[in-house]
Write a protein that binds this ligand. Structure first.
Ligand SMILES: Nc1nc(=O)c2c([nH]1)NC[C@@H]1CN(c3ccc(C(=O)N[C@@H](CCC(=O)O)C(=O)O)cc3)C=[N+]21
Ligand SMILES: [Mg+2]
Length: 304
């Protein structure tokens, strides 16, 4: 077999890690201004239930990010046998605590607890995940709201990399409440970036590849490692990989590696721009969570 020359890798890597660092630096400057003006320093709380390895990492990274920008932070940990009533009582406490500007309840929760009930118990003004129906509804209506962090992180990457979205076909794979559905809504809005024609694909979509191949922008947010292959991608597409699944990997010290939803090695040479995993959308999620906390603290969305 002759070895064909490698396709020239002319794609641009979208560096979410660096962009998140830039945003955190901007937030740190805002915190210094608040401090200089004698105003309240933003404070984020996170509730973590149980001992899922991935969740522990993400929550730890959120707390470290708070420290990096000068926010206050509180981590509340509970065993996975906490009752739904007790968890709802903790949420009510944080709702009423004037020191806490925003908080999140890390998902997933144990099966005996209704995530929906917990999300709806959070005061929308402190819902820095942007998961409460009030914030989702306001986002859909185009009103000021706390936006879900991963979708707004994707929009922010497109903005900072000057990727033109106007009139483009954006194909989203995955219809979760936290990524696929909201990013579809945001990118269809008459905003900059925005004005996309959006197709939202999911597990029941017929002939998926024929649709994804028409995407100028392809957002993979289904949580299946390596699902998106070269034959599913339009040459020149912008590829946004939202997947962060831990897969077993004996070559790594931890025994696992983080894998995206896109087969990076075969898709990248086809793409005009692509986000890596790790170092793409993940760090942006945390940066946008901090931005939401700042907005919650200053009353920018819900004036106090
Ligand atoms: N209430 C709630 N809000 C969330 O925002 C939320 C959640 N629950 N549950 C789980 C998902 C997932 N998520 C990630 C955040 C950061 C990275 C991230 O920073 N990833 C790094 C690598 C981190 C690592 O080393 O494992 C990267 O992609 O480079 C990934 C995933 C937030 N989520
Ligand atoms: Mg999904």
């Amino acid at each position: 077999m002759t070895t064909a020359p490698e396709a020239p890798a002319t794609y641009r890597l979208i560096d979410g890690k660096q962009t998140a660092e830039d945003i955190k630096h901007e937030i740190a400057i805002e915190v210094e201004k608040l401090r200089a003006d004698g105003r309240k320093i933003p404070h984020l709380a996170a509730i973590l239930v149980g001992h899922d390895g991935g969740s522990e990492t993400y929550v730890r990274n959120k707390v470290l990010a708070c420290q990096a920008v000068g926010f206050g932070s509180t981590l509340l940990r509970y065993e996975d046998d906490i009752t739904e009533a007790d968890l709802l009582a903790k949420v009510a406490e944080l709702n009423h605590d004037p020191e806490i500007d925003g908080f999140i309840v890390q998902l997933p929760l144990p099966a005996h607890i209704s995530s929906q009930k917990v999300i709806e118990a959070i005061r929308p003004e402190k819902d820095v995940d942007g998961f409460h129906p009030m914030n989702i509804g306001r986002m859909v209506a185009g009103l000021p709201s706390l936006l879900p962090a991963t979708p707004s992180g994707i929009v922010e990457l497109l903005r900072r990399y000057h990727i033109s979205t106007d009139g483009k076909h954006c194909v989203v794979i995955g219809r979760s409440n936290i990524v696929g559905t909201p990013v579809s809504i945001l990118l269809a809005k008459n905003l900059e970036p925005g004005n996309c024609t959006v197709t939202l694909c999911h597990s029941r979509t017929q002939d998926l590849a024929s649709i994804t191949r028409t995407g100028d922008i392809l957002v993979a947010a289904l949580g299946r490692p390596g699902f998106v292959t070269a034959d599913m991608v339009k040459p020149g597409a912008v590829v946004i990989d939202v997947g962060t699944t831990r897969v077993a990997d004996d070559t790594k010290k931890a025994g696992w590696a983080l894998r995206g939803d896109v087969k990076f090695d075969e898709v990248a040479p086809l793409a005009s721009c692509i986000t890596p995993v790790p170092g793409g959308v993940g760090p942006m999620t945390i940066a946008m969570l901090l931005q939401n906390t700042l907005r919650a603290a200053t009353g920018e969305v819900y004036p106090r």
